[in-house]
Design a protein around this ligand. Sequence first.
Ligand SMILES: [Fe+2]
Length: 174
Amino acid sequence: MPIVAFNSVTDGLEPHRRSRAHFITNTDLEDDRRWVPYANGVWFQPCWFNVTSGGFSVVLKGLPGAMVGTHYHVGTVHGYTIRGHWRYLEHDWIAKPGTYIYEPAGEAHTLVITEDSPEPMVAVFVVEGGLIFLDRGVNGSFAAYEDGFSLLELSRKHYREVGLEAGQLDAMVR
Ligand SMILES: [Fe+2]
């Protein structure tokens, strides 16, 4: 869950388990257990937890009509759409398979998978820094905070609940 009250957090790893080396991870879009529930009709598969910048990268999946609430980015975002149609309520374009998007820091937006999307949306997002959820779309105030740490915690909890080896997530920590 997103953070609404703050304490110091760490990645929870012993120093000898923390690596700066390159790595690969294999997602599995067809394995339901690997999808971490995030919002109504929205899931993610983690790829990278950047505990240096607070960023992260994920594969995001959403059902037609589902949404991720309005949020503000403190860092850049890169996205690449693999399946389905989605948009931000604040923009007039529609992302489709093959659409790449770059978002500057300082942008607030509301992600919706279009009602007429022919299939669930699947997109990769590389997020360099935390995001701040807002309590309303225009001139909103703080509602919750999300970053690589909070998503690591959420992913570990889900992996334990569904019987996946949570240690797989440690290898994604940088
Ligand atoms: Fe965003």
